[in-house]
Design a protein around this ligand. Structure first.
Ligand SMILES: [Zn+2]
Length: 387
């Protein structure tokens, strides 16, 4: 066994990582990885609770909660969290190991997102205990269905937690802390036109495809400004080339670090759809048919916005400094479970854990980055308990 001065055991970390990445765990199919993690956690001497989120989401398991008793009970409890699910393709995973670099054989994702986070947490906790480093209680939450809209975390009852601060490990980079992440709105738009035979009487129809096209052509999409993005990702409609299409459904999203900008962009998208449909009407027989647009907006998650002066940032920076590293804070355009925990009043930031080129079959991990991450987690938990 190779033990680093920090107490992080890199051989064990590598073994854990390869063990976990070989277990496919696409969203709602986290059963096998959850059982494996339950075994690992029980071997570490803790009780694992599984919540009801799995039943609510139609998945194989719920979120896992494990509580590690601290050696300094007076220290504030600390939350650590990563997600168990991965994006696809993840039918079978064959990691290709080259020293400390782990890649895939290009037929699947690696799942370092977010197993690098899980492994860094497990190794940090093991090292803390082996080195008898004083620490407060640790609450470990391993979620399901993060990749399908943070749904596991949303269904997790944070009332079960005593921690008021903590870290989510679920972002690329190393020794970097995400303190700002966008709020997001989901838009579902249904455009109703009127069907007619496209060759015989097109003037008796109202084309929902054409209305959608007009709305979208004049819409600000993509990178709206440095804090705001927007995308229409799904468009469905029409039945046949000889029918004027009477229904189109468009689904999209917008995100922004600024809630004002988020609302402005949402209003713009809504207005484009409504304006394109407005005034479109056709007289068939003695009846006037009007095109209609229904826009449904749902807040997917709230923004993450942690000040650089927040205690969690000071703790992580202190841990980085103790390890001879710098730790910069930054914003991201992606949401994570940290957004959900933050919205429920926990001071939480998202620590980079070494995953690279995520959500692609080119995904890879440098295990040295995961070891650094484990060291930072260990240092943060140690400082959190410092008198
Ligand atoms: Zn992730």
């Amino acid at each position: 066994m190779r033990a680093e001065p920090s107490g992080i055991n890199t051989a064990r970390l590598k073994e854990d990582f390869l063990d976990l990445v070989c277990i496919p765990s696409p969203s709602r199919h986290e059963g096998a990885i959850a059982r494996r993690l339950e075994t690992i956690l029980r071997d570490m001497g803790v009780i694992v609770e599984v919540d009801e989120a799995g039943e609510r989401l139609g998945g194989e398991t719920g979120n896992l909660l494990a509580r590690f008793a601290g050696t300094r009970p007076e220290a504030p409890p600390f939350l650590l969290s990563s997600h168990m699910d991965t994006v696809g393709p993840a039918g079978a995973i064959h990691p290709v190991v080259d020293g400390d670099i782990v890649r895939t054989d290009k037929t699947s994702v690696l799942g370092g997102d977010d197993k690098a986070g899980i492994v860094a947490i497990l190794e940090a906790i093991r090292a803390l205990r082996e080195c008898a480093i004083p620490h407060g209680d640790i609450e470990l939450v391993l979620t399901i269905c993060e990749e399908s809209g943070l749904r596991g975390a949303k269904h997790f009852d944070t009332g079960r937690l005593r921690s008021r601060r903590g870290l989510v490990l679920d972002v690329d980079g190393v020794s970097e802390l995400i303190t700002r992440a966008p709020a997001a709105n989901h838009l579902s738009v249904t455009i109703h036109g009127l069907a007619a035979h496209a060759g015989i009487c097109p003037e008796q129809g109202l084309s929902a495809v054409q209305i959608a096209a007009e709305a979208i052509a004049g819409m600000r999409l993509g990178r709206v400004d440095e804090e705001t993005t927007a995308n229409l990702g799904v468009i469905q409609g029409g039945l046949a080339t000889n029918i004027v299409p009477d229904r189109v459904v468009v689904r999209g999203e917008t995100r922004s670090l600024s809630v004002e900008k988020l609302e402005a962009q949402t209003a713009h998208m809504r207005q484009r759809f409504e304006a394109a449909a407005s005034g479109r009407e056709v007289l068939v027989g003695d009846r006037v048919h009007r095109a209609e647009t229904k826009v449904e907006v749902r807040r997917q998650y709230q923004a993450l916005d942690v000040s650089d002066d927040a205690s969690i940032v000071r703790l992580v920076r202190g841990a980085a400094a103790a390890a001879g590293r710098a730790c910069r804070t930054r914003a991201t355009g992606g949401g994570s479970d940290a957004n959900v925990f933050a919205a429920r009043g926990i001071e939480v930031a998202n620590l980079g854990c070494g995953m690279r080129e995520i959500h692609t079959v080119n995904e890879w991990v440098d295990l040295r980055d995961v070891a650094v991450t484990a060291e930072l987690v260990l240092g943060t938990v140690r400082l959190n308990a410092a008198p």
